[in-house]
Design a protein around this ligand. Structure first.
Ligand code: NAD
Length: 302
């Protein structure tokens, strides 16, 4: 294997320790800790496990955390009233509404009701606008793209003037990471190309990339011959391709594959992220960072 592995599991530990330390310092100096509320409607098993992990991580770094569970038949009006309550709560700095919401609730309406200054997911149109403007306007970069950028920086990969090719144009990964990499600043200043399902000669674009960020959701889409030797390959894809029995727990678990043919790609790339254990762990980590920053903005520390 020639490529250096960029492990999200290790970077997560580094960042969570930094956050824990900063939370303790702020608590001592200012008597405040970041407050995060997660609102879960119903009992969708995947949502329950995401929310549990978010709350567990928030607890670990010393946040004030609230898990607000609501029944599946809650009305839209009542849910909006709950968001309004947390918008006004001075001890809450981050509000998360776990998606998907039941069909009778308009999720856009709900997400747009969150105070943009507590929107630590970074999905509110105000925060999308701030991201587009860049620089000091940016408050909460969306968590998965923020995690990708942080991994690139911490791996020591040069981004200035680099050819970055992003595969995928979703609102949660492709578009925001493309914007972030082209902005001025740390871990950015790159020349960015975005490719998608309507792109001609996908392979030719990928071959030019010094940094190839793949978020398509198609297992093994990127072939080893599409990778420039020595390139940094960030594989965002998480695709369930089967099931196996876990050696640790004896329970059935999903077999996960990325969008890149990892085994072959790692012989050509200079840096590569594994799946699982690559980008995945970074999303909740950056959510914690955004929540800490929300308090820091409020205290005038940023
Ligand atoms: P999405 O389906 O919303 O968007 C996929 C994008 O890829 C689309 O813009 C589409 O045009 C493009 N695309 C699809 N097939 C393509 C092809 N054959 N050629 C070129 N472009 C193609 O997906 P998403 O929400 O951006 O997620 C992408 C992948 O990343 C998924 O596997 C998802 O599970 C994963 N993901 C992981 C994390 C994480 O690890 N924390 C977070 C978000 C998404």
């Amino acid at each position: 294997m020639s490529a250096k592995l960029i492990k999200g599991t290790e970077i997560r530990e580094e960042i969570l320790e930094e956050i824990t330390k900063e939370v303790a310092e702020i608590k001592e100096k200012h008597g405040k800790v970041p407050g995060l509320v997660t609102i879960l409607v119903g009992e969708n098993p995947a949502s329950v496990s995401y929310v549990t992990l978010k709350i567990k991580t928030a607890h670990r770094v010393g946040f004030h955390e609230i898990q607000d569970n609501q029944p599946p038949d809650i009305s839209e009006e009542d849910l909006l009233a709950i968001i309004d309550k947390y918008n006004k709560d001075d001890d809450i700095h981050g509000i998360l509404v776990q998606l998907p919401l039941p069909k009778h609730i308009d999720d856009k309406k709900v997400l747009n009701a969150i105070d943009p200054d507590k929107d630590v997911d970074g999905f509110h149109p105000v925060n999308v606008g701030r991201l587009m403007i860049g620089g000091s306007e940016v408050k909460f970069p969306p968590c998965t793209p923020a995690g990708i950028q942080e991994m690139i920086v911490r791996a020591g990969v040069e981004t200035e003037g680099a050819e970055v090719v992003v595969v995928g144009r979703s609102n949660i990964v492709g578009k925001p990471i493309a914007v972030m990499m082209m902005q001025k600043g740390r871990g950015a200043n790159s020349t960015v190309t975005v490719v998608h399902t309507r792109t001609k000669n996908l392979d030719e674009h990928c071959k030019r990339a010094d940094i190839l960020i793949v978020a398509a959701g198609v297992p093994g889409l990127v072939k080893p011959e599409w990778i420039k030797p020595g390139a940094c390959v960030i594989d965002v894809g998480v695709n369930r391709v089967g099931e196996k029995i876990s050696e640790k727990t004896g329970k059935k678990v999903a077999i996960l594959r990325g969008d890149v043919d990892f085994e072959a790609a790692k012989e050509i790339a200079g840096y590569i992220t594994p799946v699982p254990g690559g980008v995945g762990p970074m999303t909740i980590t950056m959510l914690m960072k955004n929540t800490l920053n929300s308090l820091k903005f409020k205290l005038g520390l940023m």
